[in-house]
Design a protein around this ligand. Structure first.
Ligand SMILES: [Zn+2]
Length: 339
């Protein structure tokens, strides 16, 4: 099969890879309908994470092509969505709703989903079948549920978004934008999107943002305070993972408020004294997307939400290199790849 491989930072190629096979009786093999490039794939692309001939991709939707002897919940021919972490969905951590930290958690990035086929471990716990074969126009939204929507949703839940609340969103990538969508769905009264890019501001507004703040850092914090009577937001979504974004998120939140952080953290440190006196709750990490999949698939299936709008560039898998380049140069918000 063909699959995207990052040979070195900045160098993505689509190469012939070995077809995946059933290794454990709980595995399934999917024929990938659509995969995509994640903001977090840009960390190795830019040299911030180690990479050496690494298969790429952890987001996926597809059709079950083969199942191991012990798989019960999905069958050959099912259209399925899975999280970027495979999980058993039965351990104590999973049952508490934290499947990305399952005691058997397995990162799908290790399989590389930007490919024609992919092996999914713990298929019963990991995969959720859609009610039928989706209309083609639903595929991007279902793919979004695999990571960016689920992650934005978790960020909003972790930030305790709810009716009557003011939400600030730090980060205007796909996760931040879908954090806006989640906040709207969860009933937020006011949603402040922090973005300096006109196209992303427009999408944020479409997803439910009521205010746009273009300033960053302390100026951005001052602007959020100004919009909230000097108090700060009740709930803040941090969807970047840098020091500036985390600091901005904590400082934009009122005492007693909540920060939901989902940007993959890179060299972030938090000053203990500042945290102590901020009085804010911090909760986040790798999103337990599996927890939300049934609900998100249902919302998409009933066409109540259209998170697939974050994909503003679709390319054949063979042109994955151009997709990485477009995201790296911020010419595209998120790139969908069709094998
Ligand atoms: Zn588990």
């Amino acid at each position: 099969m063909r699959g995207a491989v990052m040979t070195a930072p900045g160098d993505v190629r689509v190469a012939e890879r070995e077809d995946p096979t059933i290794v454990e009786p709980t595995d399934a093999i999917l024929r990938v309908t659509a995969a995509c490039i994640c903001g977090s794939d840009l960390w190795p692309y830019r040299g911030a994470d180690d990479v050496d001939h690494t298969p790429m991709g952890h987001e996926y939707v597809g059709v079950v092509e083969q199942v191991g002897a012990d798989v019960r919940n999905v069958t050959v021919g099912d259209f399925v969505v899975g999280s970027f972490f495979a999980s058993d969905n039965t351990c104590e951590i999973c049952r508490a709703g934290y499947q990305s930290r399952c005691v058997h958690a397995y990162p799908m990035g290790a399989e590389g989903t930007q490919a024609e086929l992919v092996r999914v471990p713990m298929a019963d716990g990991t995969l959720v079948a859609t009610p039928g074969q989706p209309d083609p126009d639903l595929v991007p939204s279902l793919l979004a549920a695999s990571d960016v929507l689920g992650t934005g949703w978790f960020a909003a839940v972790a930030a305790e978004v709810g009716p009557g609340k003011t939400v600030a969103v730090v980060g205007d990538g796909a996760v931040g934008l879908l954090g806006v969508l989640a906040a709207k769905q969860l009933g937020a009264e006011r949603i402040i999107a922090m973005s300096r890019h006109a196209d992303r501001q427009a999408l944020a507004r479409e997803f439910g943002a009521t205010d746009i703040v273009t300033e960053r850092g302390d100026e951005g914090v001052a602007k959020v305070k100004e919009l909230t009577g000097g108090l700060g937001a009740h709930s803040t979504i941090e969807a970047v993972g840098t020091q500036e974004a985390m600091t901005q998120a904590i400082r934009s939140t009122r005492a007693g408020g909540h920060v939901g952080y989902v940007g993959v953290t890179h060299d972030v440190s938090i000053d203990g004294t500042e945290l102590f006196f901020s009085g804010v709750h911090l909760h986040g990490g790798p999103a337990p997307v599996r927890r939300f999949l049934p609900e998100l698939i249902d919302l998409i299936w009933r066409r109540e939400i259209d998170p697939g709008k974050v994909f503003d560039l679709t390319l054949p898998l063979d042109e994955a290199a151009e997709g990485y380049k477009a995201m790296d140069e911020r010419r595209a918000i998120k790139v969908l790849l069709t094998p």
